[in-house]
Design a protein around this ligand. Structure first.
Ligand code: HXC
Length: 300
């Protein structure tokens, strides 16, 4: 990310302590960099310790400050509890959580197994809730304020063909955002979400647009004629997580160049015409990526 394009002054997030799930790679890493650059202490978690360590070292080398890496599969509530214990022991309560960790792949729904559905729902819906519950309970008990931010998609408003487990699970977190914004507002805990359009990352492209096919080649139909840039996402995340916007609560904000208004932001237009052979080929490519990632995992 080009940090010179951050809109905020250095030191804005001094004293903030933020956990970014899935912070070792992709959008999570970019947001973690933004928070760190502006003074926050950042905790990142994911399933690959080596990737997390690499990211923590890279970000601290660039910006100084403190990034702490925890290998943790958010599908495992006990592992989350142990990680949050360690974070609290390292300097006290968190002031913010970014629920960014996700899993997704394109598939015809009739090709999914129950395991395939659960692989996504367990990360996106259940895992996000487990993290929120574990951290939320502690904050309530200690009477501390904090901000929660979840990374969703515009499918929470429209659904999307060919990514049904993700669309369902993200919609559940959209409901959590609105529900807890009201229920836990009285504790000083606020809940917002960002629905990014296309911000290309390695993990996403490999699973949603394998081999360049698939649903994420919509630059040409986006009203802005381009994909999002990482500093744009980081600026919105800082606005929602940093001090000064505490009255923003219960909102899911799209950042997609009005792609949702222009073409619905779903995969239907590109994918509905594909045949058996193309799906088979994409499935094989996605599985190759999953196996490679799995070999690097230290947890889950
Ligand atoms: C059908 C598939 C499949 C495919 C996996 N499965 N890939 N089924 N088509 N292409 C099935 C498997 O056959 C298996 O079911 C089950 O899913 C679990 O597979 P595993 O490989 O064992 O899963 P696991 O190791 O738990 O990995 C989880 C994952 C993986 C979700 C499948 O993709 C992952 O770890 N992803 C993390 C990173 C990621 O996805 N990033 C993209 C996020 S993009 P069976 O029945 O065979 O046992 C995003 C939103 C983008 O979230 C929005 C853009 C606008």
């Amino acid at each position: 990310m080009d940090v010179s394009k951050l809109m905020f002054r250095d030191g804005l997030m001094d004293g903030e302590r933020i956990l970014v799930t899935g912070g070792g790679t992709g959008l999570g890493k970019e947001m973690a960099e933004g928070f760190l650059k502006l003074g926050a202490t950042v905790y990142i978690c994911g399933r690959r310790q080596s990737k997390l360590d690499e990211t923590a070292a890279e970000l601290m080398e660039k910006h100084g400050g403190k990034v702490v890496a925890h290998a943790c599969d958010i599908r495992n509530a006990d592992a989350i509890h142990a990680m949050v214990d360690a974070i609290w022991a390292d300097g006290g309560a968190l002031t913010g959580v970014v629920n960014n960790a996700a899993g997704n792949f394109i598939s015809r729904t009739e090709d999914l197994s129950v395991n395939g559905f659960n692989a996504i729902a367990d990360i996106v819906m259940r895992g996000t809730f487990y993290v929120t519950l574990d951290v939320g309970k502690r904050l309530i008990a200690e009477g501390r304020k904090a901000s929660f931010l979840s990374i969703l998609t515009t499918w929470v408003w429209s659904g999307s063909a060919f990514v049904v487990p993700s669309a369902m699970s993200k919609t559940a977190i959209h409901a959590m955002t609105q529900s807890l914004a009201t229920e836990w507002g009285r504790y000083g805990l606020r809940f917002n979400a960002i629905a990014p359009g296309l911000f290309p990352t390695k993990g996403m492209s490999a699973r949603l647009s394998p081999g360049g096919q698939g649903g994420n080649s919509k630059n040409d139909t986006n009203p802005m004629g381009r994909a999002g840039e990482m500093h744009e996402l980081a600026n919105l995340a800082v606005f929602l997580m940093g001090p000064g916007a505490e009255y923003v609560n219960g909102q899911t904000i799209a950042i997609d160049g009005a792609g949702y208004q222009a073409h619905g932001g779903t995969f239907y237009p590109v994918l509905h015409a594909l045949g058996d052979a193309e799906w088979e080929q994409m499935r094989a490519m996605i599985k190759g990526t999953n196996e490679k990632d799995k070999a690097e995992r230290t947890t889950g």
